[in-house]
Design a protein around this ligand. Structure first.
Ligand code: 13P
Length: 252
């Protein structure tokens, strides 16, 4: 029912030339993998070049952030309309943006809301820190991020979005969550919160990804979980063989 989904978050990596080289090699192989939605999220400066290379393929393009206002005096920011010129997806509320750039549930909510009018599909990131995890606050934190991130948004819109569960302690640490543990959070916290906010059909329609040190060797463990529909991949998305193997692993 839910199409598997794999997105590569390149973070602040790759110049235009490097991005071209990576996509040139990766796209050839990714095109052969059917039945899964594949998305690359390069930095803003490489979007145009990557968009050109992906034209005519079934590989989608995503940005890693955007502002919520349509235009105006916001030096250094990029508007939803500008992102939508190139992209179909946008990562919002990534924990690195929450931790280093002052993003809050409130600003993330404004950004998610702003995707409605320009046809972008948000990939809303949620996840607890190590301290929160160790204090037994995972449920409280993740359900709050889902609730606040989607506050005021209607069921019809929410059914089409993507949520990524990325425990902060698993990001870039080489210490991925276990498939079982991640599935439990997705099922008992994320989907449960969606059911409480909307209804069961909405909760079952939303695609939920796992992110945090996903590699080719553990991808299948996540994709075999009933409530996990794919992955948001960081470091491993910068390596052709790894990212291609992870994408292949979605074919359960
Ligand atoms: P890593 O896969 O490098 O742990 O990063 C995960 C992530 O933050 C994806 O958004």
């Amino acid at each position: 029912m839910r199409t598997p989904f794999v997105a590569g978050n390149w973070k602040m990596n790759k110049t235009v030339e490097e991005a071209r080289l990576l996509v040139f090699e990766m796209a050839r192989e990714l095109r052969e993998i059917k039945g899964v939605e594949k998305v690359l999220c390069p930095p803003f400066t490489a979007l145009l070049a990557v968009a050109a290379l992906l034209e005519g393929t079934d590989i989608g393009l995503g940005a890693q952030n955007m502002h919520w206002e349509e235009k105006g005096a916001f030096t250094g920011e990029t508007s939803p309309l500008m992102v939508a010129e190139f992209c179909r997806y946008v990562i919002l509320g990534h924990s690195e943006r929450r931790a280093y750039f002052g993003e809050t549930d409130e600003t993330v909510n404004k950004k998610v809301g702003a995707t409605r009018t320009c046809g972008l599909i948000p990939i809303l990131c949620v996840g607890e820190t190590l301290a929160e995890n160790e204090a037994g606050r995972t449920t409280e934190v993740v359900s709050r991020q889902v609730r606040e991130g989607l506050k005021g948004l209607e069921a019809g819109f929410t059914s089409g979005i993507v949520i990524a569960y990325e425990p902060v302690w698993a990001i870039g640490t080489g210490r991925a969550s276990s498939g079982e543990n991640a599935n439990a959070v997705v099922q008992d916290v994320i989907r449960k919160t969606l059911t409480e906010m909307y209804r069961e059909e909405v909760s079952q329609a939303v695609r939920v990804l796992y992110g945090g040190s996903v590699t080719a060797s553990d991808a299948a463990e996540f994709f075999s979980q009933p409530d996990i529909d794919g992955a948001l991949v960081g470091g491993a998305s910068l390596r052709v063989d790894e990212f291609v193997a992870i994408t292949r692993a979605t074919m359960k």
